[in-house]
Design a protein around this ligand. Structure first.
Ligand SMILES: *Cc1c(COP(=O)(O)O)cnc(C)c1O
Length: 356
Protein backbone atom coordinates (compact mmCIF):
# COMPACT_ATOMS: atom_id res chain seq x y z
CA UNK A 1 0.00 0.00 0.00
CA UNK A 2 1.36 3.40 -0.94
CA UNK A 3 0.03 6.90 -0.41
CA UNK A 4 0.65 7.55 -4.10
CA UNK A 5 -1.85 4.90 -5.21
CA UNK A 6 -5.21 6.10 -6.43
CA UNK A 7 -8.19 5.00 -4.38
CA UNK A 8 -9.40 2.62 -7.09
CA UNK A 9 -6.29 0.43 -7.12
CA UNK A 10 -6.12 -0.15 -3.36
CA UNK A 11 -8.82 -2.80 -3.47
CA UNK A 12 -7.61 -4.65 -6.58
CA UNK A 13 -6.78 -8.37 -6.47
CA UNK A 14 -4.51 -8.91 -9.48
CA UNK A 15 -4.42 -12.18 -11.44
CA UNK A 16 -1.49 -14.49 -10.67
CA UNK A 17 -0.23 -16.30 -13.81
CA UNK A 18 1.19 -19.84 -13.63
CA UNK A 19 4.88 -20.06 -12.94
CA UNK A 20 7.39 -19.58 -15.81
CA UNK A 21 10.54 -21.27 -14.43
CA UNK A 22 13.95 -20.19 -15.68
CA UNK A 23 15.56 -23.66 -15.72
CA UNK A 24 15.56 -25.80 -18.88
CA UNK A 25 15.29 -29.38 -17.60
CA UNK A 26 11.73 -28.85 -16.52
CA UNK A 27 8.67 -30.54 -17.97
CA UNK A 28 6.20 -27.71 -17.98
CA UNK A 29 2.59 -28.89 -17.76
CA UNK A 30 1.25 -25.98 -15.71
CA UNK A 31 0.09 -23.19 -18.06
CA UNK A 32 -1.62 -24.97 -20.97
CA UNK A 33 0.98 -23.94 -23.52
CA UNK A 34 1.26 -25.94 -26.74
CA UNK A 35 4.20 -28.40 -26.78
CA UNK A 36 4.68 -28.01 -30.54
CA UNK A 37 6.51 -25.08 -32.18
CA UNK A 38 4.47 -22.57 -34.19
CA UNK A 39 3.70 -23.39 -37.83
CA UNK A 40 6.70 -23.40 -40.24
CA UNK A 41 4.85 -20.60 -42.03
CA UNK A 42 5.32 -18.48 -38.89
CA UNK A 43 9.08 -19.03 -39.02
CA UNK A 44 9.03 -18.16 -42.72
CA UNK A 45 7.15 -14.91 -41.99
CA UNK A 46 9.79 -13.97 -39.40
CA UNK A 47 12.61 -14.71 -41.85
CA UNK A 48 10.93 -12.62 -44.54
CA UNK A 49 10.28 -9.71 -42.18
CA UNK A 50 12.11 -6.52 -43.16
CA UNK A 51 13.48 -5.16 -39.87
CA UNK A 52 13.84 -1.68 -41.36
CA UNK A 53 10.07 -1.41 -41.07
CA UNK A 54 10.36 -1.45 -37.29
CA UNK A 55 11.08 2.31 -37.49
CA UNK A 56 7.42 2.78 -38.33
CA UNK A 57 4.29 2.26 -36.28
CA UNK A 58 2.39 -0.93 -37.10
CA UNK A 59 -0.98 -0.98 -38.85
CA UNK A 60 -3.29 0.18 -36.02
CA UNK A 61 -6.16 -1.87 -37.49
CA UNK A 62 -4.21 -5.12 -38.07
CA UNK A 63 -6.03 -5.26 -41.43
CA UNK A 64 -4.22 -8.26 -42.92
CA UNK A 65 -4.77 -10.33 -39.78
CA UNK A 66 -8.43 -9.37 -39.59
CA UNK A 67 -8.82 -10.35 -43.24
CA UNK A 68 -7.27 -13.78 -42.63
CA UNK A 69 -9.54 -14.34 -39.61
CA UNK A 70 -12.60 -13.17 -41.57
CA UNK A 71 -11.72 -15.58 -44.42
CA UNK A 72 -11.04 -18.45 -42.04
CA UNK A 73 -14.29 -18.08 -40.11
CA UNK A 74 -16.48 -16.92 -43.04
CA UNK A 75 -17.43 -13.57 -41.52
CA UNK A 76 -16.89 -9.96 -42.60
CA UNK A 77 -13.83 -7.99 -41.44
CA UNK A 78 -16.06 -5.61 -39.47
CA UNK A 79 -17.10 -8.63 -37.37
CA UNK A 80 -13.51 -9.21 -36.20
CA UNK A 81 -11.64 -7.56 -33.33
CA UNK A 82 -8.00 -8.32 -32.42
CA UNK A 83 -6.04 -7.60 -29.26
CA UNK A 84 -2.82 -8.18 -27.36
CA UNK A 85 -3.77 -11.66 -26.19
CA UNK A 86 -7.37 -12.62 -25.54
CA UNK A 87 -6.83 -11.30 -22.01
CA UNK A 88 -6.78 -7.80 -23.47
CA UNK A 89 -9.79 -8.57 -25.66
CA UNK A 90 -11.61 -9.74 -22.51
CA UNK A 91 -10.59 -6.61 -20.58
CA UNK A 92 -12.04 -4.38 -23.32
CA UNK A 93 -15.13 -6.58 -23.40
CA UNK A 94 -15.78 -6.04 -19.69
CA UNK A 95 -15.30 -2.28 -20.11
CA UNK A 96 -17.49 -2.07 -23.22
CA UNK A 97 -20.44 -4.33 -22.37
CA UNK A 98 -20.65 -5.32 -18.70
CA UNK A 99 -20.77 -2.03 -16.80
CA UNK A 100 -24.50 -2.04 -16.09
CA UNK A 101 -26.64 -1.78 -12.93
CA UNK A 102 -27.57 -5.48 -13.12
CA UNK A 103 -24.94 -8.07 -12.14
CA UNK A 104 -22.72 -9.96 -14.56
CA UNK A 105 -23.46 -13.71 -14.44
CA UNK A 106 -20.63 -16.25 -14.60
CA UNK A 107 -19.83 -19.76 -13.33
CA UNK A 108 -18.47 -19.93 -9.77
CA UNK A 109 -15.57 -21.99 -11.10
CA UNK A 110 -14.08 -20.60 -14.29
CA UNK A 111 -11.16 -18.56 -15.61
CA UNK A 112 -10.15 -16.47 -12.60
CA UNK A 113 -9.29 -13.40 -14.68
CA UNK A 114 -13.04 -12.68 -15.08
CA UNK A 115 -13.31 -11.70 -11.40
CA UNK A 116 -10.16 -9.60 -11.69
CA UNK A 117 -11.62 -7.55 -14.57
CA UNK A 118 -14.99 -7.22 -12.84
CA UNK A 119 -13.17 -5.88 -9.79
CA UNK A 120 -11.04 -3.52 -11.90
CA UNK A 121 -14.09 -2.02 -13.62
CA UNK A 122 -16.38 -2.03 -10.59
CA UNK A 123 -18.77 -4.60 -12.06
CA UNK A 124 -21.11 -6.46 -9.74
CA UNK A 125 -20.90 -10.26 -10.24
CA UNK A 126 -23.27 -13.15 -9.50
CA UNK A 127 -21.50 -16.48 -9.45
CA UNK A 128 -23.68 -19.37 -10.59
CA UNK A 129 -22.63 -22.76 -9.14
CA UNK A 130 -21.52 -25.50 -11.51
CA UNK A 131 -23.54 -28.71 -11.51
CA UNK A 132 -22.21 -31.61 -9.42
CA UNK A 133 -20.63 -33.11 -12.54
CA UNK A 134 -18.76 -29.80 -13.11
CA UNK A 135 -20.96 -28.86 -16.11
CA UNK A 136 -21.96 -25.20 -16.49
CA UNK A 137 -25.64 -24.96 -15.47
CA UNK A 138 -26.88 -22.69 -18.28
CA UNK A 139 -30.52 -23.17 -17.19
CA UNK A 140 -29.67 -21.19 -14.04
CA UNK A 141 -28.63 -18.09 -16.02
CA UNK A 142 -32.16 -16.74 -16.19
CA UNK A 143 -32.28 -13.69 -13.89
CA UNK A 144 -32.00 -10.08 -15.09
CA UNK A 145 -28.34 -9.42 -15.83
CA UNK A 146 -25.88 -6.92 -17.25
CA UNK A 147 -24.11 -9.64 -19.22
CA UNK A 148 -23.08 -13.30 -19.17
CA UNK A 149 -19.60 -14.75 -19.59
CA UNK A 150 -18.31 -18.31 -19.49
CA UNK A 151 -15.48 -20.30 -21.00
CA UNK A 152 -16.42 -23.14 -23.35
CA UNK A 153 -14.81 -25.58 -22.79
CA UNK A 154 -14.61 -24.34 -19.22
CA UNK A 155 -11.32 -23.84 -17.39
CA UNK A 156 -9.99 -25.43 -15.30
CA UNK A 157 -12.55 -28.26 -15.54
CA UNK A 158 -12.16 -28.98 -19.27
CA UNK A 159 -15.90 -29.66 -19.65
CA UNK A 160 -17.68 -28.45 -22.81
CA UNK A 161 -21.25 -27.34 -23.49
CA UNK A 162 -22.98 -28.22 -26.76
CA UNK A 163 -23.94 -25.63 -29.36
CA UNK A 164 -27.61 -26.47 -28.69
CA UNK A 165 -27.21 -25.52 -25.04
CA UNK A 166 -25.61 -22.18 -25.96
CA UNK A 167 -28.28 -21.57 -28.59
CA UNK A 168 -31.01 -22.13 -26.00
CA UNK A 169 -29.39 -19.59 -23.66
CA UNK A 170 -29.19 -17.01 -26.48
CA UNK A 171 -32.83 -17.58 -27.33
CA UNK A 172 -33.95 -16.48 -23.90
CA UNK A 173 -31.21 -13.95 -23.10
CA UNK A 174 -31.53 -11.24 -25.76
CA UNK A 175 -31.08 -7.99 -23.80
CA UNK A 176 -27.45 -8.29 -22.65
CA UNK A 177 -24.17 -9.41 -24.19
CA UNK A 178 -23.24 -13.09 -23.93
CA UNK A 179 -19.50 -13.76 -24.18
CA UNK A 180 -18.21 -17.26 -24.91
CA UNK A 181 -14.47 -17.55 -24.22
CA UNK A 182 -13.25 -20.29 -26.54
CA UNK A 183 -9.56 -20.39 -25.56
CA UNK A 184 -9.65 -24.23 -25.77
CA UNK A 185 -12.37 -24.87 -28.35
CA UNK A 186 -9.98 -26.29 -30.97
CA UNK A 187 -9.24 -29.37 -28.86
CA UNK A 188 -12.59 -31.02 -29.47
CA UNK A 189 -15.49 -28.65 -28.71
CA UNK A 190 -17.82 -26.84 -31.10
CA UNK A 191 -17.41 -23.11 -31.76
CA UNK A 192 -20.33 -20.69 -31.30
CA UNK A 193 -19.02 -18.50 -34.16
CA UNK A 194 -21.71 -20.04 -36.38
CA UNK A 195 -24.33 -18.34 -34.17
CA UNK A 196 -23.04 -14.75 -34.49
CA UNK A 197 -25.11 -14.05 -37.64
CA UNK A 198 -28.22 -14.99 -35.70
CA UNK A 199 -27.54 -13.21 -32.38
CA UNK A 200 -26.24 -9.63 -32.39
CA UNK A 201 -25.52 -9.90 -28.63
CA UNK A 202 -23.12 -12.87 -28.95
CA UNK A 203 -19.37 -12.30 -28.77
CA UNK A 204 -16.98 -15.23 -29.23
CA UNK A 205 -13.42 -14.76 -27.97
CA UNK A 206 -10.49 -16.95 -29.04
CA UNK A 207 -6.69 -16.90 -28.70
CA UNK A 208 -3.65 -17.96 -30.71
CA UNK A 209 -1.86 -18.85 -27.46
CA UNK A 210 -3.03 -22.43 -27.13
CA UNK A 211 -4.04 -24.21 -30.33
CA UNK A 212 -1.68 -22.14 -32.51
CA UNK A 213 1.43 -22.24 -30.30
CA UNK A 214 1.82 -18.44 -30.13
CA UNK A 215 1.47 -17.65 -26.42
CA UNK A 216 4.66 -15.57 -26.59
CA UNK A 217 3.29 -13.34 -29.38
CA UNK A 218 0.18 -12.25 -27.44
CA UNK A 219 -2.62 -12.40 -30.00
CA UNK A 220 -6.31 -12.91 -29.29
CA UNK A 221 -9.46 -12.02 -31.18
CA UNK A 222 -13.22 -11.69 -30.93
CA UNK A 223 -15.93 -12.37 -33.49
CA UNK A 224 -19.41 -10.91 -33.21
CA UNK A 225 -21.86 -8.48 -34.77
CA UNK A 226 -20.45 -5.28 -36.31
CA UNK A 227 -22.11 -3.28 -33.53
CA UNK A 228 -20.30 -5.22 -30.79
CA UNK A 229 -16.98 -5.01 -32.64
CA UNK A 230 -17.49 -1.26 -33.02
CA UNK A 231 -17.96 -1.01 -29.24
CA UNK A 232 -14.66 -2.84 -28.68
CA UNK A 233 -12.85 -0.58 -31.19
CA UNK A 234 -14.05 2.45 -29.23
CA UNK A 235 -12.44 1.09 -26.06
CA UNK A 236 -9.27 -0.03 -27.86
CA UNK A 237 -8.80 3.37 -29.49
CA UNK A 238 -9.27 5.05 -26.13
CA UNK A 239 -6.57 2.86 -24.59
CA UNK A 240 -3.83 1.81 -27.07
CA UNK A 241 -4.06 2.37 -30.84
CA UNK A 242 -1.30 -0.18 -31.53
CA UNK A 243 -1.95 -3.24 -29.38
CA UNK A 244 -0.41 -5.67 -31.91
CA UNK A 245 3.19 -5.07 -32.98
CA UNK A 246 4.32 -5.80 -36.55
CA UNK A 247 5.74 -9.25 -35.77
CA UNK A 248 2.59 -10.26 -33.92
CA UNK A 249 0.50 -9.24 -36.95
CA UNK A 250 2.56 -11.13 -39.55
CA UNK A 251 3.08 -14.27 -37.47
CA UNK A 252 -0.56 -14.49 -36.40
CA UNK A 253 -1.68 -14.08 -40.02
CA UNK A 254 0.64 -16.91 -41.09
CA UNK A 255 -0.56 -19.15 -38.24
CA UNK A 256 -4.22 -18.69 -39.16
CA UNK A 257 -3.51 -19.52 -42.82
CA UNK A 258 -1.69 -22.79 -42.06
CA UNK A 259 -4.77 -24.92 -41.49
CA UNK A 260 -2.96 -28.21 -42.23
CA UNK A 261 -0.37 -27.74 -39.47
CA UNK A 262 -3.04 -26.53 -37.04
CA UNK A 263 -5.17 -29.62 -37.70
CA UNK A 264 -2.23 -32.00 -37.40
CA UNK A 265 -0.96 -30.58 -34.09
CA UNK A 266 -4.35 -30.23 -32.41
CA UNK A 267 -5.23 -33.82 -33.43
CA UNK A 268 -1.96 -35.05 -31.95
CA UNK A 269 -2.70 -33.28 -28.66
CA UNK A 270 -6.19 -34.82 -28.55
CA UNK A 271 -4.67 -38.27 -29.13
CA UNK A 272 -2.09 -37.75 -26.38
CA UNK A 273 -4.84 -36.48 -24.06
CA UNK A 274 -6.85 -39.67 -24.51
CA UNK A 275 -3.76 -41.80 -23.83
CA UNK A 276 -2.99 -39.73 -20.71
CA UNK A 277 -6.59 -40.17 -19.49
CA UNK A 278 -6.35 -43.96 -19.74
CA UNK A 279 -3.05 -44.02 -17.90
CA UNK A 280 -4.31 -41.76 -15.11
CA UNK A 281 -7.47 -43.86 -14.70
CA UNK A 282 -5.30 -46.96 -14.33
CA UNK A 283 -3.30 -45.22 -11.59
CA UNK A 284 -6.42 -44.51 -9.52
CA UNK A 285 -7.36 -41.04 -10.74
CA UNK A 286 -10.85 -39.73 -11.38
CA UNK A 287 -11.01 -37.73 -14.60
CA UNK A 288 -13.47 -35.15 -15.86
CA UNK A 289 -14.03 -35.65 -19.61
CA UNK A 290 -11.89 -32.95 -21.24
CA UNK A 291 -12.27 -31.16 -24.57
CA UNK A 292 -9.13 -29.09 -23.95
CA UNK A 293 -5.35 -29.41 -23.98
CA UNK A 294 -5.36 -30.31 -20.28
CA UNK A 295 -6.93 -32.87 -17.97
CA UNK A 296 -8.47 -32.06 -14.60
CA UNK A 297 -7.92 -35.03 -12.34
CA UNK A 298 -8.15 -36.01 -8.69
CA UNK A 299 -6.71 -39.13 -7.10
CA UNK A 300 -8.95 -41.48 -5.13
CA UNK A 301 -6.57 -41.66 -2.14
CA UNK A 302 -3.71 -39.21 -2.53
CA UNK A 303 -4.13 -35.47 -2.08
CA UNK A 304 -3.60 -33.24 -5.07
CA UNK A 305 -1.20 -30.91 -3.25
CA UNK A 306 0.96 -33.91 -2.29
CA UNK A 307 1.07 -35.18 -5.88
CA UNK A 308 1.89 -31.73 -7.23
CA UNK A 309 4.79 -31.47 -4.77
CA UNK A 310 6.00 -34.97 -5.67
CA UNK A 311 5.98 -34.21 -9.41
CA UNK A 312 7.70 -30.92 -8.72
CA UNK A 313 10.63 -32.59 -6.94
CA UNK A 314 11.04 -34.56 -10.18
CA UNK A 315 11.07 -31.37 -12.29
CA UNK A 316 7.52 -31.77 -13.57
CA UNK A 317 5.21 -28.79 -13.07
CA UNK A 318 1.42 -29.14 -12.98
CA UNK A 319 -1.17 -26.66 -11.70
CA UNK A 320 -3.03 -26.93 -8.42
CA UNK A 321 -5.72 -24.44 -7.32
CA UNK A 322 -6.26 -23.97 -3.60
CA UNK A 323 -9.82 -22.75 -4.06
CA UNK A 324 -12.49 -24.78 -2.20
CA UNK A 325 -14.38 -27.23 -4.41
CA UNK A 326 -11.43 -27.91 -6.71
CA UNK A 327 -8.53 -28.02 -4.23
CA UNK A 328 -8.16 -31.77 -4.58
CA UNK A 329 -7.68 -31.60 -8.35
CA UNK A 330 -4.64 -31.22 -10.55
CA UNK A 331 -4.77 -29.48 -13.90
CA UNK A 332 -2.27 -31.21 -16.13
CA UNK A 333 -1.44 -29.69 -19.51
CA UNK A 334 -1.07 -32.14 -22.40
CA UNK A 335 2.53 -31.97 -23.60
CA UNK A 336 4.33 -34.18 -26.12
CA UNK A 337 3.95 -37.96 -25.94
CA UNK A 338 7.44 -38.13 -24.38
CA UNK A 339 6.55 -35.57 -21.71
CA UNK A 340 3.35 -37.39 -20.79
CA UNK A 341 5.20 -40.71 -20.59
CA UNK A 342 7.67 -39.06 -18.22
CA UNK A 343 4.83 -37.65 -16.11
CA UNK A 344 3.03 -41.01 -15.89
CA UNK A 345 6.27 -42.88 -15.13
CA UNK A 346 7.01 -40.39 -12.38
CA UNK A 347 3.56 -40.90 -10.80
CA UNK A 348 4.11 -44.68 -10.91
CA UNK A 349 7.09 -44.14 -8.58
CA UNK A 350 5.01 -42.37 -5.91
CA UNK A 351 5.12 -44.62 -2.79
CA UNK A 352 1.32 -44.63 -2.31
CA UNK A 353 0.72 -45.52 -5.96
CA UNK A 354 3.34 -48.31 -5.85
CA UNK A 355 1.57 -49.85 -2.83
CA UNK A 356 -1.94 -49.61 -4.34
C1 LIG B 1 -5.30 -18.92 -21.69
C2 LIG B 1 -6.66 -18.34 -21.53
C3 LIG B 1 -6.96 -17.04 -21.95
C4 LIG B 1 -5.90 -16.04 -22.30
O1 LIG B 1 -5.23 -16.24 -23.43
P1 LIG B 1 -4.23 -15.17 -24.01
O2 LIG B 1 -4.72 -15.00 -25.39
O3 LIG B 1 -2.90 -15.81 -23.91
O4 LIG B 1 -4.32 -13.90 -23.21
C5 LIG B 1 -8.27 -16.61 -21.91
N1 LIG B 1 -9.25 -17.40 -21.43
C6 LIG B 1 -9.00 -18.63 -20.99
C7 LIG B 1 -10.13 -19.46 -20.48
C8 LIG B 1 -7.70 -19.14 -21.02
O5 LIG B 1 -7.44 -20.35 -20.53
Amino acid sequence: MSKYWSEAIRSLTPYVPGEQPKGSNIIKLNTNENPFPPSPMVLEAIHQFDTDRLRLYPDPDSSALKQSLADHFHVKTDQVFVGNGSDEVLAHTFMAFFRHPEPLLMPDISYSFYDVYANLYGIDVRHIPLQDDFCIALDDYSEANGGIIFANPNAPTGRALTLDQINALLQRNTESVVVVDEAYVDFGAETAIKLVEQYSNLLVVQTLSKSRSLAGMRVGFAIGSAELIDGLERVKNSFNSYPLDMLAQVTATAAIKDVAYFTQTTQQIIKTREWTNEQLLALGFKIIPSKTNFVFASHRYIEAAELMGFLRTHQILVRHFSRPGIDNHLRITIGTEEEMHAMINCLKRHPDIISM
